[in-house]
Design a protein around this ligand. Structure first.
Ligand SMILES: [Zn+2]
Length: 448
C-alpha cells in the first residue's frame, strides 16, 4: 500500500529526523561504513604488531622464568634448611621433655577396664605360641591383649603376684612410649616379645629357668626399644645428639630404652614389680638392664663369643652361664624376623630399609658419614638380607641349636630357606643388571 517515498517519510518520522535531514543521514551511514572498512584493513596491521609484541614478551618471560626457577630453588633450599633446624630442635626438645620433664608422655591417657575387653579365640591363643604367628593381622589393642595373655599364660601374674590391672596399665603405657617409626615401633616390640614367648615354650625354658628369669626375659623384650627415635647409634654419635652426649657414646639408644623403661616402672600405677621386695626388684632391674643393653648389635661378636665358650659344657645352675644364655636369647628374638614365614618376614625388610634410607638421607643432608648398607643407591632387598642371614643369624641360631636341638626345624630351617630364596632373587637381579648393561652397550654402539 505504500510507495518507497512513503516509507522514507515514515522512517524519518519514526527516527525523529526532519525531512531535510535525510540526506545527511545517508551521508552518515556511508561514512560509518567507510570507517568499518578501514578498520577491517587496520586489523591486519594490528595483528602483526600484537604478534611482534607477544614474541618480545615471551622472550622476557623465558628470561624472567629462568630467574623464577632459581628463586624457587633457593626458596625450597631455605625451606629444607628451616625444616632441618626445626626437626633438630624438636627432637632435642622431645628427648628433654620425655626424659627430664614431668613425664607427661609416661602417664597413660586413659585407664583400663577391670573386665576383659578383648577376648582371644582359642585359635589365636594356640597360634601365639608359635614362631609362625602372623604378626601383621592385629591392631594395637589386640597386640596389647596378646601381650597381657602371655604374662597370664606363663603364670607370671599368679606366681609373682603381679596386679592384673597394673599389668594392663603398664602395657598401655609401653604402647604409648613407642614411636611410629617405619621399623622400631610397637609392632616390632610385639614381634620380639612374641618370639621370646614362642622360644620359652619351644625350648621348655620354664623347666630350666626360675619364674623371675622368665619375667626378666619377657619384660626386657617388651621394653627393649622404648622411645626409639628411628636413627641408630652411629647417627646419634656422629650427629652428637643429646642421647650420645648423655651416655658418652656408649650404647646411647639401649641406655635410653632402659632408662625410659624404669621411668615407667617408677610410676606406681604402672609398676608391675610393686609387690616385690627390694632385693627381688634389684635383681629384676639388673637383669632387665643387662638384657636390653645386650641388644646393641655393636656387641654382637663379644656376646656370641662368650656364649660359644660356654655352650659345649653349659650349666643351668651356673648364674653366669644362664645370664649369657638370656642375652643370646633376647638377641635372637630381636633379629628374628627372617625366622618367620616369608609372607610375614618380607614386609619387615621394607620397613627396615625405609628407616635406613630416612637415616642416610638425613646423614647426606647433614654431611655425616653414611653406612653403605643404608644407602639407597647401593642397597637392594636381597643384598641387605643375604649377608645378615648368612653371617649373623644362622651362626647365632646354630649355636643356640647346640643347646636346644628342637629349634632346628622351627627356626634354623626357615632361616636357611630364606637365605636360599634371597640368593635366587639376587641372581635374578644380577642377570637383569647384566642384560641392561649389555643393552646399553649395544645401544651406545649403534649411536656411534
Ligand atoms: Zn629391637
Amino acid at each position: 500500500f505504500c510507495s518507497p517515498c512513503d516509507i522514507k517519510e515514515l522512517f524519518c518520522t519514526a527516527t525523529g529526523l526532519s525531512r531535510y535531514n535525510k540526506e545527511e543521514l545517508f551521508q552518515n551511514v556511508l561514512t560509518q561504513v567507510a570507517e568499518q572498512f578501514s578498520r577491517a584493513f587496520k586489523i591486519n596491521e594490528l595483528k602483526t604488531e600484537v604478534t611482534n609484541r607477544l614474541a618480545m614478551l615471551e622472550k622476557r618471560v623465558e628470561l624472567e622464568g629462568m630467574k623464577v626457577v632459581e628463586i624457587e630453588k633457593c626458596r625450597s633450599d631455605i625451606k629444607k634448611l628451616r625444616e632441618e633446624m626445626a626437626s633438630r630442635n624438636s627432637s632435642a626438645f622431645y628427648l628433654c621433655s620425655s626424659f627430664l620433664d614431668d613425664n607427661k608422655k609416661l602417664t597413660p591417657r586413659r585407664d583400663v577396664p577391670s573386665y576383659p575387653k578383648y577376648m582371644l579365640s582359642q585359635q589365636t591363643i594356640d597360634a601365639l605360641r608359635k614362631p609362625a604367628f602372623d604378626v601383621w593381622l592385629w591392631e594395637s589393642n589386640e597386640m596389647l591383649s596378646c601381650l597381657e595373655h602371655m604374662y597370664h599364660d606363663l603364670g607370671l601374674v599368679k606366681d609373682l603376684n603381679i596386679n592384673p590391672i597394673t599389668l594392663k596399665r603398664w602395657l598401655l603405657c609401653i604402647h604409648d612410649n613407642y614411636r611410629s617409626n617405619p621399623f622400631h615401633n610397637f609392632r616390632h616390640c610385639f614381634c620380639v616379645t612374641q618370639m621370646m614367648y614362642s622360644m620359652i615354650y619351644l625350648c621348655n625354658l620354664q623347666e630350666k629357668f626360675t619364674q623371675v628369669d622368665i619375667l626378666i626375659l619377657m619384660t626386657a623384650a617388651v621394653c627393649h626399644d622404648l622411645d626409639h627415635p628411628g636413627y641408630n647409634n652411629t647417627y646419634q654419635i656422629n650427629a652428637r645428639t643429646e642421647l650420645a652426649v648423655r651416655y658418652n657414646d656408649i650404647s646411647p639408644l639401649e641406655n635410653h630404652h632402659c632408662a625410659v623403661a624404669f621411668q615407667i616402672f617408677s610410676q606406681s600405677d604402672c609398676n608391675i614389680f610393686a609387690n616385690f621386695d627390694p632385693e627381688a626388684f634389684k635383681q629384676i632391674r639388673q637383669g632387665t638392664i643387662n638384657l636390653i643393653l645386650a641388644t646393641d648389635m655393636a656387641r654382637h661378636g663379644e656376646i656370641l663369643d662368650s656364649f660359644k665358650q660356654k655352650v659345649d659344657y653349659f650349666d643351668f645352675t651356673n648364674e653366669e652361664h644362664v645370664t649369657c644364655l638370656k642375652m643370646v636369647l633376647i638377641k635372637c628374638c630381636d633379629i628374628s624376623n627372617e625366622v618367620r614365614p616369608m609372607e610375614v618376614a618380607e614386609p619387615w625388610v621394607d620397613c627396615l630399609l625405609e628407616e635406613y634410607f630416612m637415616q642416610s638421607d638425613r646423614e647426606k643432608a647433614e654431611g655425616l658419614p653414611i653406612a653403605p648398607f643404608m644407602d639407597r643407591e647401593k642397597v637392594t632387598k636381597p643384598t641387605a638380607q643375604i649377608g645378615f642371614i648368612k653371617f649373623v643369624l644362622i651362626p647365632m641360631f646354630e649355636t643356640v641349636m647346640k643347646l636346644f636341638p628342637q629349634i632346628e626345624e622351627v627356626m634354623v630351617q626357615p632361616l636357611r630357606e630364606s637365605r636360599d630364596r634371597y640368593e635366587e632373587l639376587k641372581q635374578i637381579d644380577d642377570a637383569m643388571n647384566e642384560k641392561k648393561k649389555s643393552e646399553n652397550l649395544t645401544m651406545g654402539g649403534k649411536k656411534k
